[in-house]
Design a protein around this ligand. Sequence first.
Ligand code: URC
Length: 309
Amino acid sequence: MANIDLDGFKLDQRHGKARIRVTRVWRNNHGGNDFMVEWNVSISLLSDCLNAYVSDDNSNIVATDTMKNTVYAMAKECSKRLSAENFAILLAKHFTSYYKQVNAAIIKIIEKPWERVNIDGQLHTHGFKLGPEKHTTEVIVKKSGALQLTSGIEGMSVLKTTKSGFEGFIRDKYTALPETQERILATEVTASWKYSYESVSSIPQIPLYFTERYLDVKKVLANAFFGPPREGVYSASVQSTLFHMAKAVLNSFPEISSVQLKMPNIHFLPVNISSKDNAIVKFNDDVYVPTDEPHGTIEATLSRTWSKM
Ligand SMILES: O=c1[nH]c(=O)c2[nH]c(=O)[nH]c2[nH]1
């Protein structure tokens, strides 16, 4: 954050506009496919506008209303389809180069998962339905062109009915959880990964590159979670599965320098019901109570150390 010393105080500040919703349609008027995106854009600018805070002088403020309008104006200017990452970089570049006051721009975009519908095996030219997970990105661009680029997935709900256990953990006077080699494993993955591109000029100039990378990373995460279709892969814990997923991402994509995974352990509790006299439902790996709270919280970031290079 931009900061300044003021008579023994330090003021850190930023300002922006949050949750600007925009949809861009790219039409094919000749019977081909229409394309569309729905983005939720948040902008935060680090700028030299301290006079607004300390002396009621707004002359250096980029109005947040202007920021909002810029999103719509730039969406209009994008005559070709582009990834959320590229749109975020475009916006950030604009704010940092157009305004002398702006030192850095932080742009976050959440893309709603509209997917082309399939009707009787045929992809619809202009019909979409909402899919499950969201594509996210966060871009920080400095005036110098220095870039930090993060992409991610939100809300990737996955479950497997077997090939999961949890054993050998600490047991003490408060421990009730039985050890098991057979349980349901379920989570809602939030992933974010940092790309190693360090300047706006060094990002690949391939159209929709980051959209494809997003789909590739999602596939790698899913494959590592589930394992092959018939055999699956055994999970000794959410922690172990998380690590394998993160490692698979770094092993598959050299341009990704770190990956953070948040994987709540969403519990499916065995059902055992008995009266004083007899067992009404005896659990036999068959009937569970699905829950969403409380849930375990398991999160980790795997980064390259570069030490082997
Ligand atoms: O995979 C798991 N990791 C844990 O840390 C944990 N803790 C717990 O109660 N169940 C589980 N499962």
